[in-house]
Design a protein around this ligand. Sequence first.
Ligand SMILES: C[S@@+](CC[C@H](N)C(=O)[O-])C[C@H]1O[C@@H](n2cnc3c(N)ncnc32)[C@H](O)[C@@H]1O
Length: 248
Amino acid sequence: MGFLSDLKILYHMVLKPIRGKDHAARLESFYAGQAEAYDDFRRRFLHGRQEMVSWIDPPPRAVWVDMGGGTGANLEFIAERITDLSKVYVVDLSPSLLKVCRRRAEQRGWNNVEAVEADATCFQPPEEQVDVVTFSYSLTMIPDWFAAIDNAKRLLRPGGVIGVVDFYISRKYPPDGLKRHGWWTRAFWPFWFGIDNVFLSPDHVPYLHRHFTPVRFDERRGKVPYLPFARSPYYIFVGRKSPGGPPG
Ligand SMILES: C[S@@+](CC[C@H](N)C(=O)[O-])C[C@H]1O[C@@H](n2cnc3c(N)ncnc32)[C@H](O)[C@@H]1O
């Protein structure tokens, strides 16, 4: 715990080379050595997750899919509402992080939680329709992030809700009403996060607005551990799939 645990995380984030022949192998190479210490460090780094989850009000007996859910940290934010849900799928490609998730669900007695090793771009639960899909800081780690959003839209029932929180940069010329980041922000943060295969995009936010009706949206900045003066930009988006029309 504490500083030693942070040192281990920083070693994996800054120094240890990421290896692997495909995306899943590279993720596991990055996360295997830091899975146990993951939650403590990310609590101070991955801002807005609790808020994103609190903005979602699932109907009783809902099916909730958390894409790229890792250790299942978001389950702690759903907390007492979990027993009202019919099923929660935590979908991830890293077996080490999913192991932490399974242990968490077992210890908390959350029998309706299933940790699934699968790709967010094509995961399909056995249920016909899903009420909620969330992505917290996972879209930036999914190379085909647009395919992951398309898959979420396909899975959601009409009127179903998507919640996303993630790092991003603005477009150089964003549409009216959206924040504009200066050149330093647009140059520095993609470079810095890119070292860990986290790819900040100016296109997540416009793509989400194009495919879902926004319910709530906010653009912010958050502290970064050990970078005292830095504030990395992140957004929270909660939107609804159109209640009418064909699925997809
Ligand atoms: C920064 S972590 C965030 C984890 C968790 N959502 C949280 O808030 O703590 C990003 C996660 O996305 C997962 N991931 C990346 N690409 C994925 C994919 N194609 N399918 C499923 N999970 C993926 C990683 O393994 C990792 O657990």
